[in-house]
Design a protein around this ligand. Sequence first.
Ligand code: GRG
Length: 250
Amino acid sequence: MINKRLEEIVLTINSKTLRDASSHALFPSGKRIRPLMLLSISGNKGLDIAAAIELIHTYTLIHDDLPSMDNDSLRRGVPTIHKAFGEATAILTGDLLLTLSFEVIANSDLPPPLLIKIIRNISSNIGPNGLILGQLLDIEAKSKGLNEEEHNYISSRKTSDLFTTSLVCGALIADLSDSEIERYAQFGQIFGLLYQLKDDLEDHNSPIPLEKQIKLKEKLTANAYELLRSMRPHNDYLFQQVLATSQCLN
Ligand code: GRG
């Protein structure tokens, strides 16, 4: 369902080069965790917003892979966009996916007051006090040592904030109460840290000693389950994601 909607969105891009580059970035598909989390809360009426979240996620990956950032040659087993299409096209493809995400949101048929809440939440989480701040701090951190608190702060911005807005948008579309929305936001922060920890453990890429990482993983997993158990209705997809993510290094 999400892939079909993304295919339709890509077809609205007039330039063949930009359409091909966007298609290359979106397919083969990643795990689609963020949009699936959103849909697990909102149901099908959140489809456009879920697709917009995946467009944003894909933009961050394209820009993160650029020579001036992580300089990666492969993503999901295929050449990164700058390797396949050149750096200028890769920058523009990231830019267009971000821009297109807001066009898709604005054109969705959800009520305008809800759309404004969604736009406010997404833009504050991916902007200069969210994901972009996380990316900047991550780049700056490469030339200096970090303590656990600083490292976790970067992970919260770089990774948790996009999970958080995906979950909060799902909760907003499902018309949940403020306290339920807040619980999904808390879950997003915890899950993002857990997800980043898994990535760090797999890549052996953390300034934090292994023992401390494992302790943190156990604490985050317990907190994530506790929050999920307090929510109604039971969300099987979110339980499965915590289980799959926390199983690293078991
Ligand atoms: C360029 C503004 C800007 C931000 C980049 C996404 C990001 C921030 C950096 C990528 C590096 C990284 C390790 C981020 C942690 C989050 C993460 C593990 C992203 C990969 O997400 P998955 O696993 O990827 O959902 P797929 O391929 O399944 O979509």
